[in-house]
Design a protein around this ligand. Structure first.
Ligand code: ADP
Ligand code: MG
Length: 343
């Protein structure tokens, strides 16, 4: 078997932090990303495969604002449905741009099929996140705005972990102070559960597409979180956000990937990140990666889940998991840079 590569694209592959996120801006970032992906596709040997997943944070946050702002005119859609909208918009942009760039590249690349798949990911109703949500979404609020939402819409502010306010925690009605006291006039944000992904629901279908040589874009934004509603296994959307790197790892398992490439905005994961003595992590084995993770070098909610996902992938049987920046993708695949976790 050749190299089967799952690429997880970070937020900057679609929208830069400083941009508003107009269609033109997003398409221009997607084009830069697709140029790198085409280079990887052109270098593929017989039997090699590539699949892609991506984040959706800014897009789903904006869609949520649009739902709420327009709710006096047309009904706001449920959060899982909003997640599917973000997969649709981002999947479409990548699918079209990648097709265009492959045509431009010509040769064998011109015939490589690309498709975006709207994709569900299974989570457990017993996940501890449902009793203590941690994932901030959407815009920031002042204390006054948070209290207004609590009064008028039934949000709870900074609820304790546990069974108390269970309904609010499961339906996305929690606001937490996410920035230190006094650091910002708007330190509050909505916080939703971020449960651990168990499996990619459409994994088998995605795998057969990948086997056929299709470049599949799926599990966008961590996938649409769903739970089993009954013993028949019928599914139901959940108000939650799955980490895209951890869900990407489940997709890597589903397509039987040999390699997992996490592309973000930094060339390496660093030790002592942000401190004067910070240093890049090169190639590390599983045990060392687990030790560094336990020592707290990688921040929760950003680099932490990437390293966790890479460790999970290699433990599952993956050959190599790599973290680097988008523009270093090719060099990292060649082992010239990036952080690598190996068995
Ligand atoms: P993405 O959209 O690619 O998932 P994130 O912002 O979630 O991007 O994660 C990348 C960020 O992780 C980096 O920009 C950096 O600020 C942060 N980070 C946290 N800990 C580390 C670390 N130890 N080494 C490098 N970057 C780190
Ligand atoms: Mg991230």
């Amino acid at each position: 078997m050749g190299r089967r590569l799952l690429i997880a694209l970070g937020g900057n592959a679609i929208k830069r932090r400083t941009e508003e996120g107009t269609t033109a801006q997003q398409l221009s970032n997607v084009a830069i990303t697709c140029e790198q992906i085409v280079k990887l596709i052109e270098r593929q040997g017989e039997g090699d495969r590539i699949a892609i997943t991506h984040g959706n944070g800014p897009q789903v946050g904006n869609l949520l604002v649009q739902q709420e702002a327009g709710s006096g005119i047309v009904p706001a859609q449920a959060f899982d449905v909003v997640g599917s909208m973000s997969q649709g918009q981002i999947g479409y942009m990548f699918q079209q741009t990648l097709q265009n760039y492959l045509k431009k590249a010509g040769g064998d690349a011109a015939d490589v099929p690309v498709v975006a798949v709207v994709n569900q990911v299974l989570v457990s109703p017993d996940d501890p996140e449902f009793l203590d949500p941690t994932k901030p979404i959407g815009n920031f609020f002042s204390r006054e705005e948070a209290e207004e939402l609590a009064r008028t819409q039934g949000y709870v502010i900074d609820p304790p972990a546990g069974e108390e306010y269970r309904e609010e925690k499961r339906t996305g009605f929690v606001i937490k102070r996410v920035l230190p006291e006094g650091s910002s006039p708007k330190p509050y944000r909505r916080v939703v559960p971020s449960p651990d992904p168990i499996a990619n629901v459409e994994g088998g279908t995605i795998r057969s597409l990948v086997d056929q040589g299709v470049v599949v874009i799926a599990s966008g934004g961590g996938g649409i979180p769903v739970m089993k509603e009954n013993d028949n296994g019928e599914l139901k959307g959940v108000f939650a956000v799955i980490d895209k790197d951890k869900a990407g790892e489940r997709m890597a398992e589903a397509i039987d990937a040999t390699d997992f490439l996490v592309l973000t905005d930094v060339e390496h994961a660093m030790l002592n990140y942000g401190k004067p003595d910070q240093e890049p992590v090169g190639e590390v084995g599983l045990e060392e990666a687990e030790r560094l993770l336990a020592e707290g070098h990688f921040l929760r909610g950003s680099m932490g889940p990437k390293v966790e996902a890479c460790i999970r992938f290699v433990k599952w049987g993956g050959r190599r998991a790599t973290i680097t920046s988008l523009d270093n993708a090719v060099d990292a695949i060649d082992g010239k840079t990036g952080t690598h976790i190996v068995p």
